[in-house]
Design a protein around this ligand. Sequence first.
Ligand code: AMP
Ligand code: MG
Length: 267
Amino acid sequence: MPFTHRLSPSNKIRLAEVPTSGHDFHQSRDKAEEEFKALRKRLAHLQNRLYASGKHRLLVLLQAMDAGGKDSTIRHVFKGVNPQGVQVHSFKTPSKEELSHDYLWRVHAAAPAAGTIGVFNRSHYEDVLVVRVEDLVPRSIWEKRYQHINDFERMLSDCGTTILKFFLHISKDEQKKRFQDRLSTFYKQWKFSVDDLRKRKQWDQYQEAFEDMLNNCTTDHAPWYVIPADQKWYRNLTISKTIVHALEDLDPEFPSVEEGIENVVIE
Ligand code: AMP
Ligand code: MG
C-alpha cells in the first residue's frame, strides 16, 4: 500500500523507509502553492465558524528534529486566521515549577478551550524523546509514558477535542542545509544553538525514539501523520489540507440568532 501520511494503529512503520521528500507525492510546486492559498482562505472561514459555535476544540501538535520546520509551519499555515481563536504553546525545557508536577500538568493546562484551536510547538512527546535520548529519567520511567499519553489523549478526545499530530520528517542532509542557512543569515542566527549540533550527532537515537513514539502512540482518536518535510511547500499544503478536512468533518455551525431579530429596527 502506498504511504499516505496518516499512520494506522495496526501498521508499524520503519521511519527510515518513509520518504522525506514531497516530490514523491506532488510534482508541481506552483500548483501546490495555488492549492495552499485556497486552503488558507477555507481554514480562516472554518475557524470563524468554530469560534462562533464555541463547541469543538482542535489540537494541532507538531514534533520534529531541530530545524524540521515547526515554527515555519505555524507561521504559514495559520497566517490569516483570527488570532483570538488560536493559542500557540511552545514547550521549552521545563521550569522548576513544572518539574515539581507530573509531566502532563503543563500540557493539560495548555489544551485548547471550546471554540479554539490549540497549536503545540513540541509537546508531551518531548518526555519520550529528548528525555529518553538524553537519559534524563531511567527507561523504567519513560517507557510507561506511551500508555499515559494514549490515556491522556483519549480523555481529551472523549471531552470533545479533535487531535491531529504531525511529525515533520526531514533528512539529515536537509537539516545540514537549514543549519548552514541559519549560520550564514544574519536574521536567522539567533535560532542556531551549539546544542543543536550535539543533538545532530545523536540523529540515529532520535530517529529511533521518534519511531517508537509514532508506533506506540498512533490511535484512532489521536493519529500521527508523518509529513515528508524537506520541501516546505509540500509540508504546508499537506498539513493545511489535513486541518481543513478535520474542520469540515466537525462542520461547526453558526449559533442560532436571537428570536425576533428579523423585526429589529435600528434608530
Ligand atoms: P526550541 O524549540 O528550539 O525553542 O527549544 C526548546 C528546547 O526545550 C528543546 O531543546 C527541547 O528539547 C527542550 N524541551 C522541551 N520539552 C522538554 C522536556 N519535557 N524535557 C526536557 N527538555 C525539553
Ligand atoms: Mg531550537
